[in-house]
Design a protein around this ligand. Structure first.
Ligand code: ARG
Length: 589
């Protein structure tokens, strides 16, 4: 395991050194090196620098050129335009550097210099309720960020802050006490998926039935309200029924996670209820320190800049006037736990952008109370999933789309694409297996490839298309590379730095050179879409290479070996990249 600096980084260093040598007062200036169509790289930094030093940018660029010593990486450098540096790198250096990356099991991706502890709050559905597309986003994005951070060596603690507490449970439990057989059922023998569906159906029934009585029967309503303190104080009968409801929900959640191909561990599911015993202390500390004040009986925290439409301040309510605790109190207790007990350096919250104000107020409150270092917590807000009509995604009847239905449909559409591609001779079981990987991959990719904060339109036709920026396109590129190896016979991938490269080979190889740099950026900026964009470009460059360069050529065995090496590196990068995003790479499509 060794970090392999990119060729781009080496070239940047050489230019930067030449810059300091030519112009000592410019030491540490960034040459602003980019990949370019004109040459391999272009450095634009001389323009700003010349302006700053009141010099002539072309002259400055010329001096840098002169100060650049001979090096194995740089084959040519010239000044162009108003003072750009166009840099061509040596073919041999490209292949040699890539070979080092290829031989490394981590593909040369560096670990963080100073890994810390990150607690990430993601995939937090609500007990007794269906999961919807919002929960899909949180799950998919959260999972990708976990993988990216762990790959960089960060210690990651996952927290699924599920909605498993609150006044609703008074109603559900009271109903169960009065109708003890409501959740009864025959033992589930079917698979996880059917068991999950059945569990959710029972919960839906319970929810509807109890809601109906709650809304129509004042006496029941009062009994349901009294059930809440019984739950909060740990009354055994109440707690047992609460557990029953939570367990039913977990059966359902796990079935969805299995279909989504995401691992969510039970020990990481630490819901709102887990902080119940800490809430009194939170309130006491906030009130004593004066961070929160009583207002109309409720315990509130006020903010200079948070006001309602009529100009009156909108407080964060930590405790309601009836003594009940809400969402905010639980989140404050969770922060104390995550910083104080779990020793986190960074707290991340993968939550819908519509909760941004809540988190801003919660973070600020925790800071004022001294529980949270400034800048340690961050919401990674995501946008809304829209229907084709541009409005929040709903069924034709105007109801929330059930996640399971949506995933089933994705897999079904994928099956059609896979079936057509596979042609005769591939069994239905294999079609279904591939369809699962393609359909679920498509949903995840669509979610990840849009920059997180943007709303995006859920369009299955586009998502499972073989053309365009989709996971199917990437999976297909991967399968194509793998198929070459099945035809390669005796030929093996071997890097040959002594060979000259064709333009399509150079373009592919230079892009592969950027893998580790991209991964570092995507992880450190919590930006999985930077990785998807990179992989899409890779698949595109690969297909250009494949069209222009004959890979298996018996007349030129060494060139074939070198090209197989580029193929193999492409496959490794596609696979590693997609794997971190939770997307499978089937060997055949
Ligand atoms: N359960 C909430 C929802 O479905 C999301 C919870 C987000 N996490 C948190 N710590 N508040 O909207």
């Amino acid at each position: 395991m060794a970090t392999v600096p990119s060729l781009a980084a080496t070239v940047r260093q050489r230019v930067s050194d030449a810059l300091s040598a030519a112009l000592p007062e410019a030491a540490s200036a960034d040459p602003l090196l980019r990949r370019s169509d004109r040459a391999d790289f272009q450095a634009n930094g001389m323009l700003a620098l010349a302006k700053q030093l009141k010099g002539n940018p072309r002259e400055l660029a010329g001096k840098v050129t002169e100060a650049l010593p001979e090096s194995p990486e740089i084959a040519g450098i010239e000044v162009s335009g108003p003072g750009f540096l166009n840099i061509t790198v040596a073919d041999g250096a490209i292949v040699e550097n890539l070979a080092a990356r290829w031989q490394d099991e981590r593909l040369g991706v560096p670990y963080k210099d100073e890994p810390g502890v990150t607690v990430i709050d993601y995939s937090q559905p609500n007990v007794a309720k269906e999961m919807h597309v919002g929960h899909l986003r949180s799950t998919v994005i959260g999972d990708a960020i976990v993988q990216l951070l762990e790959h960089r060596g960060e210690k990651v603690i996952r927290r699924h802050h599920i909605g498993d507490w609150g006044t609703n449970f008074g109603m559900l439990i009271q109903y169960l006490i009065e109708h003890p057989h409501e959740l009864d059922h025959e033992s589930d023998t079917a698979g996880a998926k059917d068991a999950g569906e059945a569990a959710m159906a029972r919960l839906n029934r319970l929810y509807k039935a109890s809601r109906a009585v709650f809304d129509s029967d004042e006496d029941f309503k009062a009994r349901a309200r009294d059930r809440v303190p019984a739950l909060q104080s740990g009354d055994p009968e109440t707690l047992a029924l609460w557990h029953k409801i939570v367990d039913e929900s977990k059966t359902y959640f796990q079935a969805v996670y299995e279909e989504l191909d995401v691992e969510i561990r039970d020990e990481d599911i630490v819901g709102e209820s887990a902080y119940n015993d800490d809430l009194q202390q939170v309130v006491k500390d906030l009130e004593e320190s004066g961070v929160a004040v009583r207002s109309e009986g409720a315990l509130c925290v006020f903010f200079e800049d948070v006001k309602g439409p009529d100009g009156t301040p909108t407080p964060l309510i930590v405790q309601k006037s009836n003594g009940g605790f809400g969402y905010a109190a639980t989140d404050l207790a969770a922060i104390r736990n995550r910083i104080g007990e779990l020793k986190a350096d960074t707290l991340l919250y993968v939550v819908d952008a519509r909760q941004a104000l809540h988190f801003r107020m919660v973070f600020e409150t925790a800071q004022r109370a001294g529980w949270l270092p400034e800048g340690a917590a961050r919401q990674l807000p995501f946008g809304t999933v829209l229907g084709k009509d541009g409005k929040p995604f709903k069924t034709r009847e105007g109801e929330t789309v059930r996640l399971v239905d949506l995933l089933d449909e994705a897999v079904e559409r994928a099956a059609a694409v896979v079936r057509e591609k596979a042609g005769e001779g591939v069994g239905e079981e294999e079609i279904q297996r591939r369809a699962q990987q393609v359909g679920i991959g498509a949903v995840k990719y669509a979610d990840l490839s849009n920059s997180m904060t943007r709303d995006y339109v859920f369009d299955l036709d586009r998502m499972v298309s073989l053309q365009g920026d989709t996971s199917v396109y990437l999976q297909y590129a991967y399968a194509r590379v793998r198929s070459i190896f099945r035809r390669a016979g005796e030929l093996k991938p071997v890097p040959h730095p002594e060979l000259a490269l064709e333009p399509a080979e150079r373009a592919l190889a230079l892009h592969l050179d950027g893998f580790a740099d991209t991964l570092v950026t995507a992880a450190d900026e919590y930006a999985p879409h930077k990785l998807t964009a990179y992989l899409y470009e890779l698949a595109t460059l690969y297909s250009r290479f494949f069209e222009n360069c004959l890979v298996l050529n018996p007349e030129a065995p060494q060139q074939s070996e070198n090209r197989l090496f580029l193929c193999d590196m492409t496959a490794k990068v596609l696979r590693q990249g997609l794997d971190l995003l939770g997307i499978r790479t089937p060997e055949r499509l």
